[in-house]
Design a binder for this molecule. Structure first.
Ligand code: CP
Length: 312
């Protein structure tokens, strides 16, 4: 594997889950694999889990991670081809990516969508440019439309917490005050489609995800109906796809409560707004898997880095 930029880079998710569980059992087994190799982590946006767990994964493999907050600390980067750069951008991605490639053996990038320009977001301008102009492998740490490190983590966490061959998994929208990206929901949907699970999505009207991603997955506009016999409820807010990037509903009745959850386990990628997305009682119960899920971010990232290092 050269790059890990989409969930589609996983050939067989069941095999990857088994491999990740092995990494988790013995995280220092390959502590020399990344010796004298550098991982560059470039953040155009904020992060807690991705930033720390990906560095931890690199350290477990013996790599040296170096981190940069690109938006705050680097020169403004230009992505347009042929642009007359007499505005706010001072450095072109063609030079920036080539230069960083000389310092790093793998580059990991986080760059969120605009949520105002659907075409630009779907073109994955930043990630695509790094893939084109860097000369080393690229890892997606959440891009405009996908968060494949998170989705691999979620798949691992679901398999760790069920003995059922085919559990029922629900992806449920929940309210939020701000317009949020579709990336987590998109990649989670794609991961569940690759697994042997009964997968459905629950969201209010006006919040259907990109139909090219949801494909044949059943979509319910009635949360109670979707939650019937659920083993796992994965909750996430996302803004409207149809009315691109807009908040068209903040109905608090879509918040996850202990009553609604029943016997199902609760997942969320974090950070989560308490008593907006989910009530305290859920997060503070044994039904919540969010801390275990965040722990698995390290092993998902470590498996990805290991696979890339093995091909260098
Ligand atoms: N879930 C996740 O990606 O968390 P951070 O935004 O804190 O990295």
């Amino acid at each position: 594997m050269k790059n890990y930029t989409s969930i589609n880079d996983i050939e067989n998710i069941d095999t990857w889950i088994l491999e990740a569980k092995e990494v988790k059992r013995n995280p220092l087994k390959n502590k020399d694999l990344g010796k004298n190799k550098t991982l560059g982590l470039l953040f155009f946006n904020s992060s807690l889990r991705t930033r720390l767990s990906t560095q931890k994964a690199a350290l477990n493999l013996g790599m040296d991670p170096i981190v940069m907050n690109v938006s705050g600390d680097a020169w403004g980067i230009e992505f347009g081809d042929g642009t007359i750069m007499n505005g706010t951008t001072a450095e072109h991605i063609k030079e920036a990516a080539a230069v960083v490639s000389q310092y790093c053996d793998i580059i990991a990038v986080r760059a969120f969508p605009t949520l105002t320009d659907k075409e630009k977001d779907e073109s994955e301008q930043v990630l695509t440019a790094f893939k084109e102009y860097a000369s080393v492998p690229i890892v997606n740490m959440e891009s405009a439309t996908g968060h494949p490190l998170q989705a691999l983590t979620d798949a691992i966490t679901i398999r760790e917490n069920t003995t059922k061959k085919r559990p029922k998994v629900v992806l449920s929208w929940a309210p939020h005050i701000k317009a949020l990206p579709h990336a987590v929901a998109n990649s989670f949907t794609q991961a569940m489609q690759k697994m042997d699970v009964e997968f459905v999505i629950a969201n209010p009207e006006g919040y259907n995800l990109n139909p090219e991603i949801t494909k044949g997955t059943p979509i319910y506009h009635n949360q109670e109906e979707a939650f019937k016999d659920a083993d796992f409820v994965y909750t996430k807010n996302w803004s409207s796809y149809e009315n691109y990037g807009k908040v068209v509903n903040t109905d608090p009745n879509w918040m996850i409560t202990k009553d609604k959850l029943g016997d199902a386990k609760f997942l969320h990628c974090l950070p989560v707004r308490r008593n907006v997305i989910v009530e305290d009682a859920v997060l503070e119960s044994d039904s919540s898997l969010v801390i275990q899920q965040a722990n698995n971010r390290t092993y998902a990232a470590q498996l990805v880095l290991k696979k890339i290092l093995n091909k260098l």
